[in-house]
Design a protein around this ligand. Structure first.
Ligand SMILES: [Zn+2]
Length: 244
């Protein structure tokens, strides 16, 4: 599956087989920190693979995550990073974050401070508490379930050059529920809001206007969410509005 790491999103959820998600995140981090495009052989790359890089906290639970385990994060993020500095906090087996831990994390992931990234890895999205899920851009590594269908649709809505014809064909063969539609909508609005913010920072007015335009249309979808059975029409209409 051809997926790219979205460096603009500070909170991300990766759903898929454990080995695959770990491999993907390791590669993404190597591309961020390695001076040779993620060469896999330098000191930084090997620190990353061993989860020993100084700008990464890679957390794994024993049985469940504990509040004590999270303290190290809260201590760390009291520090403001230098401009261009990045710090990653990874939760392997994020499904083992219980309610108490998730609640404690919410504030930090709601508005992450510049440069801080929170990446959550899990095998199934249903096992991630909705409070966390709703705040993350989600990438799926499964091929045969609705999750990957969502991510297929997602890609059409973030790629300005996607083909309407292929979009309609794709839409035709998938099944997307109302609940999934809302989640997808939420993820897309977060994606485009991040893009808009970034465009503002870069003084890129055209990109900013485009992102705002897309956000307006997506938000209009929230005010008229799909009724049972009408998800496909819903997505088709949004897509056509954005294309025009
Ligand atoms: Zn390297």
């Amino acid at each position: 599956m051809n997926t790219e790491f979205n460096i603009n999103a500070q909170t991300q959820l990766f759903i898929g087989p454990t080995n695959e998600t770990i491999e993907f995140v390791h590669n993404a981090l190597q591309n961020v920190f390695c001076k040779n495009n993620g060469c896999k052989t330098c000191v930084r790359c090997s620190q990353i693979r061993q989860n020993e890089h100084p700008s990464i906290f890679w957390l794994k639970p024993e049985k469940q995550y504990t509040l004590d385990q999270l303290e190290i994060i809260f201590e760390k993020i009291t520090f403001t990073l230098d401009e261009d500095e990045k710090f990653f906090i990874i939760f392997e087996s994020a499904d083992l974050l219980n309610q108490a831990c998730s609640n404690k994390l919410l504030k930090s992931i709601e508005e992450p401070k510049p440069g801080y990234y929170f990446l959550f890895l899990s095998q199934r999205k249903e096992q991630i508490l909705p409070t966390i899920r709703s705040r993350c851009i989600t990438t799926y590594f499964y091929n045969e379930n609705e999750g990957s269908q969502n991510s297929e649709l997602f890609n059409f809505f973030i790629n300005p050059n996607s083909s309407p014809l292929i979009f309609l064909k794709t839409l035709d063969k998938i099944n997307i529920s109302e609940q999934d539609s809302i989640e997808l909508l939420d993820g897309l609005i977060k994606h485009w809001s991040t893009n808009a913010k970034q465009a503002l920072l870069n003084n890129d007015n055209d990109s900013y206007m485009h992102a705002s335009h897309v956000i307006d249309i997506l938000e209009s979808g929230f005010s008229k969410p799909p009724m049972p059975g009408s998800s496909k029409t819903f997505w088709k209409n949004l897509y056509l509005k954005i294309q025009n």
